[in-house]
Design a protein around this ligand. Structure first.
Ligand code: SF4
Length: 65
């Protein structure tokens, strides 16, 4: 699975970093999402990634196979 984050859509709400702190952080500069990995996630992190996508209020995160 591959996570993609659209920093133009991101509103810096931080739900992703709270939901999946191993996958996401926020920019010190403007609070927008920062991917902590290259965007790839395996079985161990897939559930957390799905939850982060579902919890993002701006629709900035997408997950593809
Ligand atoms: S939850 Fe969505 S809007 Fe909030 S920081 Fe993460 S990607 Fe941005």
């Amino acid at each position: 699975m591959q996570i993609q984050a659209d920093t133009e859509r991101c509103v810096g709400a931080g739900m992703c970093a709270l939901t999946a702190p191993d996958l996401f952080d926020q920019s010190d500069h403007d609070g927008t999402v920062v991917l902590l990995t290259d965007g790839r996630c395996g079985r161990q992190t897939a559930d957390a990634a799905r939850a982060a996508v579902a919890n993002c209020p701006s629709g900035a995160l997408t997950l593809t196979d």
